[in-house]
Design a binder for this molecule. Structure first.
Ligand SMILES: [Zn+2]
Length: 63
């Protein structure tokens, strides 16, 4: 990933925020000091299933 301001490769992640389905990273360009946030979806994040739906599946797995 390149800096959106100057196009340089030298990006440093300064902060990481984890949400349920995304990772937000605040990055800083070491060249121009530009700060920006990138959003990354988690590719293998399981679909959030309500507990009422999830329970029967757990019982099936036990026997
Ligand atoms: Zn830059």
């Amino acid at each position: 990933m390149n800096c959106p301001n100057c196009g340089a490769h030298g990006l440093r992640t300064v902060e990481t925020f984890q949400t349920t389905d995304k990772t937000l990273r605040t990055k800083k360009c070491v060249v121009c000091k530009w700060l920006f946030t990138s959003v990354e979806a988690i590719p293998d994040d399981p679909v959030v299933i309500p507990q009422s739906v999830r329970k029967p599946a757990r019982q099936r797995a036990q026997h």
